[in-house]
Design a protein. Structure first.
Length: 73
């Protein structure tokens, strides 16, 4: 079975949600920032965001983990 990747999946090198998705509150809590800061990070392109069928915005967990990895020295 082959996977059909979207243009964004090809750009990032992985399928959206491959490691799961998280909501803004979870991301804010894990990173120690406000939900508004998470929104700003999304606007800056730091995280991949999508929507559940119920229209709830979610963040691709892998994009959060990759961002955290850039902070580690």
């Amino acid at each position: 079975m082959s996977i059909t990747w979207s243009p964004a999946d090809r750009q990032y090198g992985y399928e959206f949600g491959v490691d799961g998705v998280r909501d803004y509150a979870w991301a804010a809590d894990r990173l120690g920032v406000s939900k508004r800061t998470i929104s700003r990070y999304i606007e800056q392109g730091r995280f991949r965001v999508g929507r559940h069928p119920g229209a709830k915005a979610v963040i691709c967990k892998r994009s959060i983990l990759e961002y955290v990895a850039t902070l580690e020295n």
